[in-house]
Design a protein around this ligand. Sequence first.
Ligand code: KG4
Ligand code: ZN
Length: 355
Amino acid sequence: QANPLILGIESSCDETGVGLVRGIELLTNTVSSSMEEHVRFGGVIPEIASRAHLDAFVPTLEQALAEAGVALDDVDAIAVTSGPGLAGALMVGVSAAKALALATGKPLYAINHLVAHVGVGLLDASIAAAATAGELPENLGALLVSGGHTEILRVRNIAADVELLGATIDDAAGEAFDKVARLLGLAYPGGPAIDRLAREGDAKAIRFPRGLTVPKYMGTAEAPGPHRYDFSFSGLKTAVARCVEGYEARGEAVPVADVAASFQEAVLDVITAKAVLACRENHITTLLLGGGVAANSRLRQLAQQRCGAAGITLLVPRMSLCTDNGAMVAALGAQLVMNGVAPSDLAFAPDSSMP
Ligand code: KG4
Ligand code: ZN
């Protein structure tokens, strides 16, 4: 079916998102976030997120339909994030989507959240222009960096063939920003605060460890190590904690801006270097950036520099499409419909650890 009208539902973390997409055209992207309710805990509390989705779902759906001037009956199919994410949070969106599908008789598509972060690229004008006939560029890779994921993907066919090249073995990049921000006494979410503070600091002041970059883990192009494209940020987080404790033990003021800048550089140095390495070794010529950490100014700069030097085209969707939202789910749903993929059986269950 050409240009199907898809309703997309996202509830894997703290954003309740409902988006409407026609083919690769974005109609509306309505998001309600429970972020504020988690601030005082310094991180997303799953139970609070689940309850917030329950409260937010119907108003968010109604707002999205109204904004797009669309009735539920006009929709060709419904798409919903079925994993990975917080189990209880996913359950709310999946139950809502199943109820809508049952009530309207519309087909329902279970969507992988991470693949949707890539599919959303089709909605961005700058990317649609780089793409041909509504298709993602060939030899496409994706670097997804958020509070929940840090992954390098190879995308051969968005509807059928997405391969995981590398991932974090412990904390996600955004999670590391949030934890280090907390150590430095900055408010949650810490990413934006560190980004701002780092601009006043010296990124070379402290040499923090670059996780999984020693030969034992990296290997060589001919004999790749076990973690050539993988990431680890928990050791870095510990190093920052020891560093801060050191200043305190000596009765010295913590040079917060220098620590923030040096920490940020350690994370982004590894992320961009490994992403570019994965691209070069896997014939990837276009790299799409996604996830909340894509808002980071230094990441954008460094990724642009290193991709440019390696002849890789870097695509960065606008921020509202990089963070969790319903339009990305609808965008991938539309690709599945247009590729003739069969809808999901209504008996599917959310899968919090979906690969
Ligand atoms: O994609 P997202 O909104 O939600 C998920 O985690 O799925 O990403 C949120 C994460 C948080 O960890 C936040 O600290 C981080 O993205 N973040 C940033 C920046 N803005 C948001 N990290 C670094 N620099 C930023 N400017
Ligand atoms: Zn996400």
